[in-house]
Design a protein around this ligand. Structure first.
Ligand SMILES: Nc1ncnc2c1ncn2[C@@H]1O[C@H](COP(=O)(O)OP(=O)(O)O)[C@@H](O)[C@H]1O
Ligand SMILES: [Mg+2]
Length: 393
């Protein structure tokens, strides 16, 4: 084997065989000349790319040789030489997918050369195409893998932002837990010294109620830190998610819950993973409360409002605050990862970026309107219907 493309030439007339063979001298082909069908058959066994054969051979016909060649090498090309171009011959050759035919005796020997060259070109192009297709398939698989990995990383990112956020929530939470805990401890000591059984009973009841508060805080926090990966999209009651988020934020930032107005009709649902949806509202409310505290401090004027309604097609939600607002030239940056105006330890700059990712993942949109020194409003929109085929897992 020479590694060159292989041209098998078959003709039983020695003069023509010689002529045909000599034409390809110096060409980059491995040329094999055969004087009869049987010799050709064994030559084909050793490999064939283009078969140039006389149609009428005494032992095995040219068309039979072509059939054989295609069986051995499915993309092999055949050129049939025929004494006269009868319609029959041409049709039969075409049925066998012959590349071309040549009428004998060839008037222009360079025409033969050209046709053979075209056959090789076609063959090589076919092979190149198949090679490219195979490569494309490999690339596609690689791309799909990369995409899957990216999705996984995104889920991890969402989770780690949440955990980082909990760090900033935790200080407030610890404070929240410590006051009922002191209550519990004080009452427990009092019970030990209390002679009056009736009074001791009352203390015990108070202990139970303090303990409930602590339990509620712990449940909220652990519910929030749970990873969303095990969840499916499902119809989530919006008012409940907003309630939980607002309470968690108010509690952790020691913000008076009465200053947060909630106007979310109980029948509204959004199709999402509940913990991701909660993350959206925790982040938006946290920013709102922080902006309000920044502007008003402890004063009663500070206000946050979460409102929602549905027009049947979409659920619209607004989160509004009368906090410090955002300067006009900064608005475009707030969804960027790591953009923050807060000191280290208080802000990661990831909150709104994650909000954006979660909202768009659920086919929603989010917009912001803000006036520096006056306040900010985030406007969210989710489809009212589940994406076909997604829900019910
Ligand atoms: N409600 C808001 N009022 C004023 N500024 C806001 C509000 N929400 C977001 N911002 C601005 O956008 C920035 C990015 O917010 P975010 O992505 O949540 O990160 P972080 O809160 O950690 O800084 C904030 O630092 C703040 O400057
Ligand atoms: Mg934030």
């Amino acid at each position: 084997m020479s590694g060159l493309p292989r041209l098998v030439i078959v003709d039983d007339e020695p003069v023509i065989l010689n002529l045909l063979t000599s034409v390809f001298e110096g060409e980059p082909y491995e040329v094999v000349a055969c004087a009869d069908g049987r010799t050709a058959l064994s030559a084909l066994e050793d490999g064939v790319d283009v078969l140039l054969t006389d149609k009428n051979l005494p032992d095995i016909g040219g068309l039979e040789l072509l059939r054989h060649a295609k069986r051995l090498q499915p993309d092999a090309e055949g050129i049939i030489i025929t004494g006269y171009a009868s319609l029959d011959t041409v049709l039969a050759a075409m049925q066998l997918d012959a590349f071309d035919y040549i009428v004998k005796p060839p008037k222009d020997i360079f025409d033969v050369k050209r046709k053979v060259k075209q056959a090789f070109t076609k063959l090589q192009m076919g092979r190149e195409n198949r090679r490219l297709m195979a490569e494309l398939k490999v690339r596609n698989v690689e791309l799909q893998d990369a995409y899957d990995e990216l999705k996984e990383i995104q889920a991890e990112l969402i989770q780690s932002e949440k955990l980082a956020g909990i760090g900033t929530l935790a200080a407030g939470i610890a404070h929240e837990i410590s006051s009922p805990l002191f209550g519990v401890m004080g009452l427990a000591e009092a019970i030990v010294e209390e002679e009056d059984r009736e009074l001791a009973r009352e203390y015990a009841q108070e202990i139970v109620s303090y303990s409930r508060t602590i339990k509620e805080i712990v449940v909220q926090l652990s519910g929030y830190s749970r990873a969303a990966s095990s969840e499916y999209d499902a119809p989530i009651q919006l008012s409940k998610v907003v309630d939980d988020a607002v309470k968690l934020v108010a509690r952790s930032l020691a913000f008076d819950l009465d200053k947060v107005e909630r106007a979310v009709p109980p029948e509204l649902v959004v199709f999402a993973k509940s913990s991701e949806l909660q993350q959206v509202f925790v982040n938006l409310c946290k920013n709102a409360v922080e902006a309000v505290v920044e502007r008003h401090g402890e004063l009663a004027e500070g206000r946050v409002q979460v409102a929602a309604n549905s027009d049947g097609k979409h659920v619209h939600i607004t989160v509004t605050d009368n906090g410090e607002g955002i300067e006009a030239d900064k608005v475009a940056a707030i969804f960027d990862p790591f953009y923050t105006t807060k000191p280290p330890g208080r802000g990661t700059g990831l909150g709104l970026n994650i909000v954006y990712r979660i909202v768009t993942k659920h086919r929603g949109t989010i917009m912001v309107e803000s006036e520096s020194g006056q306040g900010t409003r985030f406007v969210l929109r989710f489809p009212a219907e589940a994406e076909p085929g997604v829900v019910d897992g």
